[in-house]
Design a binder for this molecule. Structure first.
Ligand SMILES: Nc1ncnc2c1ncn2[C@@H]1O[C@H](COP(=O)(O)OP(=O)(O)O)[C@@H](O)[C@H]1O
Ligand SMILES: [Mg+2]
Length: 237
């Protein structure tokens, strides 16, 4: 269980998040949606240990991880697929995937995890020795997710997995994310694609200007008039 308790994060003197509290259970698929600039990346990066929090607390699996060094988050079982994927484009797909399993506990299970990743994304089997930069956007997103899974996380963080992908590919991507969750990994996902995120998640939070402004079961959120109006382009009847 991930618990984010009333955290604040600043960039220098400028506050980016304040009083943000969210949870993600061990088997849940939770999404945080909101417009560009709302603070979604800042939040997910804080959960990955990439930003220090100014106040508040992060707990994961019963452990206080608020002040844990960033490289220890991976050992604690948290892996992130960063915004924009951040692959090493001049390295092969296989090399990129193997980078995800650099910690000792993951190295020992590299072959097994690689097989799991290739079962999830079979198209990567014939691309293993291609340069990551030569792949399509959707395939690169698969590599980015695969790289995170190579660490064997119990919580997978995804920052805008649909960004820049064609609608048909987005559907495949979310189906894969659902499958990862169904196989026992908690998923916390931030998205601007509100419709897809709400359709995929169990529970959702809406973030605006650095704060959580609404939360609830994802299906219920989709039916709220204010969400429909602001995010789904539908006028309430
Ligand atoms: N490195 C940074 N330095 C200063 N301000 C930043 C930085 N990154 C993001 N911000 C600001 O923090 C706010 C939240 O940004 P971000 O977390 O990227 O939002 P989102 O992912 O929802 O688009 C924005 O106002 C943005 O301009
Ligand atoms: Mg972002």
């Amino acid at each position: 269980m991930l618990e984010v308790k009333q955290i604040a994060v600043n960039y220098g003197a400028a506050p980016a998040l304040w009083d943000v509290s969210i949870t993600c259970g061990d088997t849940e698929l939770v999404s945080v949606v909101g417009p560009n600039g709302a603070g979604k990346t800042t939040l997910i990066n804080a959960v990955a240990g990439l930003h220090s929090v100014k106040s508040g607390a992060l707990r994961f699996g019963g452990q206080d991880i608020t002040r844990l060094a960033s490289h220890r988050f991976c050992e604690a079982g948290i892996a992130i697929v960063p915004e924009g994927r951040r692959l090493f484009t001049q390295m092969t797909v296989l090399e990129n995937l193997e980078l995800g399993s650099f910690i000792a506990s993951a190295k020992a299970r590299r072959a097994e995890r690689l097989e799991q990743v290739l079962n999830l994304f079979p198209v990567l089997k014939i691309k293993l020795h291609s340069l990551a930069g030569s792949l399509s956007g959707g395939q690169q997103q698969m590599v980015a997710i695969g790289r995170a899974l190579m660490a064997g996380p119990s919580l997978l963080l995804l920052d805008e997995p649909s960004l820049g992908l064609a609608p048909s590919i987005v559907l495949d991507m979310f189906a894969a994310i659902k499958q990862i969750n169904a196989q026992g990994t908690a998923v916390l996902l931030v998205e601007q694609n509100v419709a897809m995120a709400l359709e995929t998640a169990d529970r959702a939070y809406v973030m605006e200007e650095g704060r959580i402004v609404a939360e609830g079961p994802a299906r219920e959120m989709m039916d709220r008039p204010e969400i429909q109006k602001a995010y789904l382009g539908l006028e309430a009847h």
